[in-house]
Ligand binder design. Structure first.
Ligand SMILES: *Cc1c(COP(=O)(O)O)cnc(C)c1O
Length: 482
């Protein structure tokens, strides 16, 4: 199947090449020429891994042996065999995406990406090693390290801002085992680390290197496509529970940062799944809320630090894919809008595109105080513990139901374990948040009786293997010396 850039309809590549390259040469994102058809009834009858294989084989048809790749990625890696369980909580269904090996929803995609990447290498006849370079503000780094650990032919280097990630997140990364992994702190903030990585890509362009550089970011279609599965899985769970009939539409509310997760929901809909409204939940960084409501995307505002840091983002890169799809694959328009964004920090979409978006998407935002209140309320009323990202989703889902009076079943995507943000969760349920994060985890578990995920519980006291700290100017040298 042919893929091309969202900004240019020429330059066709197949799906394996799209995964291997990550970003299109013109800076656009790869999209298939058309969305293929999938027998969605039959797909719903399968296990989570079976669904994943069917969906991935449809979207990435040039990559062979998908059943086997899916098995390699997921078998025995998640807390439950169905990978992404659901829980009925009050009037909503919570889709738990955090049951993977690092307790972040990014595990679903980052377990699969290494399999897709190595298979694509083979299809394209690429011999040299791939070096994955990633700057992380926390969750992506660990999920990528765990996913790429000891994968043959691939190496991975993760940079995180020194002092800029939580104690648990740091412990998760610096204790990472594996022969092909490197982790380093960088003096500076996340932007410094990210800019450093971009500079390395630029400096290495066209150079003879012992490896090929690539990224684990959600701009890669190979990271986006694995996320379609859990929309089907949630739908299947509602069917099995007798809450819907086959064909009934279900709404999904998604805590959103880079717009990858919610876009996967739109792809599920395009593949035939009866998805109703897709609700985009933001925290106080509400660029997307403004955009979906007004049609103007404006990043010219300060980035606020919140208790849901994975949603602290001003430029949501995967939104470009939505603009492409809902403009009727108008590459010229997308190219012009992205130029506006780069040059002026903002763009406004034509009215018909704004209307098209509004038919499929609704948006809302939730600040830290409301998120905390929501965590406390869900705990008090339903005895269900959720993290601040999920709480934003829940609060916005409630706003949607109240304002739009749409009572189709609602699935709220839960993107992190409450134990990844123990201080915020403890304070929200009225617990004492003294001590370090490990003390807080234990106290949270004592108060609530909810077990600490094993990968987090065993972190304390684990050997630290990657304790280096470098200046941002040293990052290129660091990578070339590996
Ligand atoms: C990455 C992340 C998100 C945002 O997902 P996008 O695909 O970037 O929109 C939300 N919550 C958590 C916990 C995350 O790690």
């Amino acid at each position: 199947m042919n893929y091309h850039s969202t900004r240019h309809s020429g330059g066709l590549v197949d799906s394996a090449r799209a995964v291997l390259e990550g970003l299109a040469p013109d800076g656009g994102l790869y999209m298939p020429e058309y969305i293929p058809t999938l027998n969605w009834h039959a797909t719903l009858k399968r296990s989570s891994m079976g669904m994943s294989a069917a969906i991935l084989a449809t979207l990435l048809p040039e990559i062979p042996d998908m059943e086997e790749l899916v098995c390699n990625a997921y078998e025995g890696q998640f807390e439950t065999e169905d990978l992404t369980p659901t829980a009925a909580v009050g009037n909503f269904t919570v889709l738990e995406l955090f049951r993977g090996p690092t307790s972040a929803f990014k595990d679903v995609a980052l377990r699969m990406l290494p399999q897709l990447l190595t298979a694509s290498k083979k299809v394209c006849g690429v011999q040299e090693d791939i070096m994955i370079l990633t700057a992380t503000s926390g969750d992506t780094g660990k999920a990528a390290l765990a996913g790429f650990r000891d994968v043959p032919g691939v190496r991975i280097t993760v940079f995180y801002p020194d002092g800029g990630v939580s104690k648990v997140q740091r412990a998760q990364m610096v204790t990472q085992e594996g022969e092909n992994v490197t982790v380093s702190a960088v003096r500076g903030n996340f932007d410094d680390a990210q800019t450093g990585v971009k500079n390395i890509f630029a400096a290495c362009q066209g150079k003879e290197l012992p490896f090929r550089l690539s990224s684990a970011n959600s701009i890669n279609i190979g990271r986006l496509a694995p996320q379609v599965m859990y929309y089907f899985k949630a739908y299947k769970d509602l069917l099995d529970a007798g809450k819907i009939y086959l064909g009934d539409e279900v709404n999904f509310c998604v805590p959103t940062g880079n717009f990858g997760d919610i876009l996967a929901g739109y792809l599920a809909k395009q593949l035939g799944l009866p998805v109703g409204m897709l609700i985009c939940a933001s925290n106080a960084n509400n660029v997307l809320t403004d955009f979906i409501r007004t049609g103007t995307y404006d990043k010219r505002r300060p980035l606020l630090k919140t208790t849901s840091p994975s949603m602290d983002i001003l430029v949501s890169s995967n939104l470009e894919r939505l603009l492409y799809l809902l403009s009727g694959c108008d590459c010229e328009l997308v190219d012009a809008l992205m130029k506006d964004l780069n040059q002026n920090g903002c763009y406004t979409v034509p009215d018909r595109l704004k209307v098209a978006i509004g038919k499929e998407f609704w948006a809302g935002c939730c600040d830290d105080a409301r998120a905390a209140e929501t965590i406390g309320k869900i705990w008090a009323e339903h005895h269900y513990l959720c993290d601040p990202h999920t709480a934003c989703g829940w609060a916005v889902a409630e706003d949607y139901v109240n304002q739009m009076n749409d009572h189709r079943p609602m699935v709220v995507l839960s993107t992190a374990s409450p134990y990844k943000f123990p201080a915020a969760v403890l304070s929200a349920i009225g617990g004492d948040e003294s001590g370090d994060e490990f003390d807080q985890m234990e106290r949270l578990s004592e108060i609530t009786g909810v077990p600490i995920p094993k990968n987090l519980a065993t972190l304390r006291g684990k050997e630290e293997r990657h304790t280096g700290v470098i200046d941002k100017e040293e990052m290129l040298e660091f990578v070339l010396g590996l």
